[in-house]
Design a protein around this ligand. Structure first.
Ligand code: ZN
Length: 412
């Protein structure tokens, strides 16, 4: 039996959205949360190592539902824009995996104890399993591997084995089965193409609802969540919602009927707000060229704001995802998304729930993590200060004082 540990004298924000608990202690035993009680009660009952946290804030380990752990967010290091010799696909994937080992450590040290990768070569499953047995330091990684896309759809513009092309219900079903057998924890489908792709698919709806339904049902029978990349085309987004996906990634522009449908069906929205400001910066610094027009880029910003407002008023469940690895969306700066969610209209508590409870629910792990509750994994973060008063402190590495994953302190 592992040594029990008591974290005492903390303010607990448990991830469920209720008022914080003050002057409390948490007993951690066997990698799980064993008890939660006031300081006056708990420490006296147990012979455990005590850590006095001096009134700091204890939160559930953060969860990012949308990263690309094998992607490098520095455009200067992307093969297309740099002098890195382009060898073959094997070289690029090996290079990406080595980079990802470091990205995983940075992500965990930022307080993100679980992340879901939504788009990588299937080699990512090897990284996931390596992290799971502790060969490298990193978050619990769930991964989709290759995204499933139609001919000419988003994903096919990358040369590094990111996309599985499938057209029609039968091929989509086969692709989903293939990914499941290869080891996918989640399925990523490309529901709507981005506006910048070459014609004839620029700004089109992507898959039809009928193409998606049988495969999604099959994924659900296997207990696998389906996330749909869908933006820039509201009908494309609706096709995915109707087909029964579990989450819409990006999701702008949403309209009121789409938001209502999501609220009714319990479809999550993962708005990845980190992407646009970072892309703007990359363009301004001359590091990256947006494949569409400047006007399209600006429109994205408005779409995102309107979408958050619509989703919030309709009661759509929002889960945190950054799209880390997009230009200048850095692994380890995932908490920027909390701050952006507040800037775009969520309350600080809503943003915290989006990155804890809702995120765990979205990826199917709410029984194990996402909140500070007895019986769950001891995935927790100690923050110096009160994130309800200032959410931006979560982005400050110096304020993330302790990170615990399954009871093991990985940063102190
Ligand atoms: Zn993405």
């Amino acid at each position: 039996m592992t040594q029990a540990l008591i974290l005492k004298n903390v303010r607990i924000i448990d991830g469920n959205g209720g008022a914080p608990l003050y002057d409390h202690s948490v007993l951690v035993r066997g990698g799980r949360i064993a008890e939660i009680a006031p300081d006056a009660v708990l420490p006296a009952l147990h012979d455990a190592t005590e850590i006095d946290l001096n009134g700091k804030t204890l939160l559930p380990g953060f969860i990012d539902c949308h990263v690309h752990i094998m992607g490098n967010p520095d455009p200067r290091l992307s093969p297309r824009m740099s002098n890195i010799p382009i060898r073959d696909a094997t070289y690029l994937k090996a290079r990406a995996l080595l980079q990802a080992v470091n990205a995983a450590r940075k992500t965990l040290e930022a307080g993100f104890t679980t992340v879901r990768d939504l788009g990588a070569p299937n080699d990512v499953f090897a990284l996931r399993d390596s992290l799971a047995v502790g060969e490298h330091l990193g978050p619990r990684l769930l991964s989709a591997g290759k995204g499933i896309t139609h001919t000419g759809g988003h994903g096919t513009e990358y040369s590094n084995d990111m996309a599985h092309v499938a057209d029609g219900a039968e091929e989509v079903m086969k692709a989903i089965r293939y990914q499941a057998v290869a080891g996918a924890d989640a399925i990523k489908i490309i529901g709507g193409t981005r506006p910048a792709l070459s014609p004839p698919f620029r700004g089109r709806a992507g898959y039809t609802t009928e193409e998606l339904i049988p495969g999604i049902e099959e994924a659900h029978r296997a207990g696998i969540k389906v996330a749909a990349h869908a933006h820039s085309h509201t009908e494309g987004i609706k096709n995915c919602i109707r087909a029964g996906v579990d989450s819409i990634e990006h999701g702008f522009p949403l309209d009121a009927p789409a938001a209502d449908m999501m609220a009714q069906r319990g479809t999550f929205l993962c708005p990845t707000l980190s992407v646009n400001p970072a892309a703007q910066q990359a363009i301004e610094e001359g590091l990256w060229t947006y494949p569409g027009s400047e006007e399209q880029m600006k429109r994205m910003e408005t779409y995102a704001r309107d979408t958050i407002a619509l989703a919030k008023s309709a009661g759509v469940k929002i889960a945190l995802g950054t799209d880390a690895a997009m230009p200048l969306v850095f692994h380890g700066d995932n908490a920027h998304e909390f701050q952006l969610m507040v800037e775009y209209g969520l309350s600080t508590m809503e943003a915290l729930v989006a990155g804890t409870r809702n995120a765990a629910d979205n990826i199917g792990m709410l029984d194990e993590t996402g909140t500070i509750e007895i019986g769950k994994f001891a995935d927790m973060v100690v923050v110096d200060g009160d994130p309800l008063a200032d959410i931006s402190i979560l982005r400050d590495a110096g304020r993330i004082e302790v990170v615990m994953k399954e009871g093991q302190i990985v940063k102190q």
